[in-house]
Design a protein around this ligand. Structure first.
Ligand code: C2E
Ligand code: CA
Ligand code: CA
Length: 559
């Protein structure tokens, strides 16, 4: 470690606090060869300098008798401030009593006045700095037993020290990870797994000694690297891979690398490593890429998503989640007739404003929170249908979206039945939209669930029909009550012949199956007309209305 510091020419900062110019000059001359020296004329000034945090100070040489603020007061304040407490202080005094008192107050050592021999002063400074640095490093176990690389704790501590000497040095950090490392362990045994890890560690050590970087291992198969900005990470990556394939030709190891280039020095080193790791994890399972860079946009997106995840429970409790309703009209008669509505969630976030479901539905689908959210929407929608029934004396059936995850919930049927009972609704008043792509996940399960729900009396609408590959095959196995044609057909209907043909095809299939077609995303009168003449039954889209809050929806019901 010493060598690395020397190599990159690190110089520590020392602050000399003395009211007498001649003392400042003597010490300044003596220390400026090895250190970057700063001066203050009293305790107040010294504290101001320290609190500005322009540099990390490795040592404070503190006179005790000074105007404005003396050494004891300064020491007391420093020791009560968690950010200054760890800076070692050597007091300078001519009084024996004061020496004892200041050591008791937390000074690390003292220098007698008039000054000792220069070598003695230098030696004391160096020793105190060394002791302090070792103390913080010792807290962390230094080496990882298996590979001999640093542990992550030690590595982080080490980076912090390096940074303190040269806070603005441009730095890159990177993370390497082995794809499916657990499979190597399972298929070839732990010993082979260990061999892969040590092999990577050895190559890494060799490479890093060339580029003056340092590295560590953590969480079994993550390797972190800290090096000067501009280091050729592509070369590091490929040297590592070659080394592995030479030594362990049969192990088929695949590596991924995340790079955070030219780190933001105002952030903590832990954050740099996190960022590189996030980039690395992002290409997990993506076989077309092996290096990914941390980017600000991506980071902000993941922060944003993290916030949404944290806030969802509060939002449910505070009723910031609002269910909007979009009308569906039957169009084959002389005038369009309101048939039903789709319940669509909106999030009115107190800080972020209105959030579209496109931002949070896929996120919550990926982590399971969608089930909580869907239950909230189903409840709200069922209650609303009941309320409209009471207020207007008419029934406006509402369809709710059922996520693929809900399909696996064994209590699903029971929950819907309870909802009907609680709100005094009939089966056809709460319809269920199930997305076509759920069929691709687990066709058998979906078929069973849909059959059960239908035998109870629920109506099922197949959502996003035509968006996946499973469409035709699915129709032969799943009994459904309506097809919701995917929006992209409507979008392209007037642009190209093929889309128009597909719309006609979907309508034909539906006729054959004797189920109505609901066209979604209908925005214009022309689209409306085209669909009407081709026999489409129901239309939903901006042409009639955007999804609106329940109060506003009432006007569609009132006519
Ligand atoms: P979806 O189920 O296919 O819902 C239709 C989407 O199309 C809605 O977007 C709706 O606002 C939008 N839309 C309707 N008419 C038009 C139109 O004429 N033009 C255009 N450009 N768009 C139109 P929204 O509300 O943003 O919802 C997006 C998706 O989020 C929904 O797609 C659905 O998959 C999901 N989602 C919304 N609410 C819920 C919910 O409560 N639970 C679950 N599981 N998913 C929901
Ligand atoms: Ca839907
Ligand atoms: Ca849809």
């Amino acid at each position: 470690m010493q060598n690395y510091r020397k190599n990159i020419g690190l110089r520590r900062h020392i602050l000399i606090v003395d009211d007498e110019l001649v003392n400042r000059e003597i010490l300044g001359n003596l220390l400026s060869r090895d250190y970057v020296v700063h001066f203050a004329e009293n305790g107040r000034e010294a504290l101001d300098i320290l609190q500005k945090r322009e540099h990390i100070y490795s040592l404070l040489l503190l006179d005790l008798l000074m105007p404005v603020m003396n050494g004891f007061e300064t020491l007391e304040i420093m020791k009560s401030d968690s950010r200054l407490r760890s800076i070692p202080v050597i007091v300078m005094t001519s009084e024996k009593d004061a020496e004892v008192q200041s050591i008791k107050m937390g000074a690390a050592d003292f220098i007698a006045k008039p000054f000792d021999l220069p070598e003695v002063i230098l030696a004391r400074c160096e020793r105190i700095i060394q002791l302090q640095e070792d103390k913080s490093l010792i807290h962390a176990a230094a080496k990882d037993n298996l590979t001999g690389l640093y542990t992550k704790d030690f590595f982080t501590e080490y980076i912090k020290q390096l940074e303190s000497y040269d806070p603005n040095r441009p730095i890159d950090v990177m993370v390497l990870n082995i794809d499916h490392f657990h499979l190597i362990n399972e298929l070839y045994g732990r010993e082979q797994g260990d061999l892969v890890l040590t092999c990577i560690a050895d190559s890494l050590t060799r490479i890093l000694s060339k580029v003056q970087g340092i590295g560590c291992r953590s969480e079994a198969d993550y390797f972190y690297v800290y090096c000067d900005h501009g280091t050729d990470f592509d070369e590091i990556f490929h040297s590592l891979l070659e080394g592995l394939n030479d030594k362990l030709p049969a192990s088929h190891v695949r590596l991924r690398m995340g790079v955070y280039c030219d780190v933001d020095n105002s952030l903590a080193p832990e954050d740099w490593l996190d960022r590189a790791k996030t980039a690395c994890d992002r290409i997990r399972g993506d076989y077309s890429r092996y290096i990914e860079f941390y980017s600000k946009e991506f980071y902000e997106k993941s922060k944003y998503q993290e916030k949404l995840i944290n806030d969802i429970d509060g939002a449910i409790a505070a009723r910031d989640l609002i269910v909007f309703y979009q009308p569906k009209y039957a169009i084959q008669g002389d005038h369009p007739v309101l048939r039903s509505a789709e319940a669509l969630i909106r999030w009115k976030h107190p800080e972020l404003g209105m959030i579209s479901p496109g931002d949070f539905i896929p996120l919550f689908e990926s982590n399971g929170l969608i089930q909580k959210l869907d239950r909230y929407v189903w409840n709200e929608a069922a209650r609303q249908v009941g309320e409209w029934k009471k207020t207007f004396g008419v029934s406006v059936p509402v369809s709710v979206n059922v996520s693929r995850m809900d399909i696996y919930d064994p209590k699903l049927r029971e929950e819907f039945r309870t909802l009907l009972k609680e709100n005094d609704l009939e089966f056809h008043e709460l319809m269920l939209e199930i997305t076509e792509s759920a069929y691709a996940d687990n066709a058998d399960q979906l078929v069973n669930v849909v059959e059960d729900l239908r035998s109870d009396g629920f109506l099922i609408e197949m959502d996003d029909f035509g968006s996946g590959y499973s469409s035709l095959n699915m129709l032969t196995t799943i009994p459904i009550d309506a097809l919701k044609m995917d929006m992209k057909f409507i979008r392209n209907m007037q642009k190209d012949e093929k889309s128009m043909k597909l719309v006609e095809l979907v309508l034909d299939i539906a006729k054959f199956l004797q189920v109505p077609v609901i066209a979604e995303g209908v925005e214009t009168a022309e689209q409306m007309q085209l669909l009407k003449t081709r026999g489409c039954d129901i239309v939903q889209g901006y042409y009639f209305s955007r999804p609106v809050p329940p109060e506003e929806f009432s006007r569609f019901i009132a006519g």
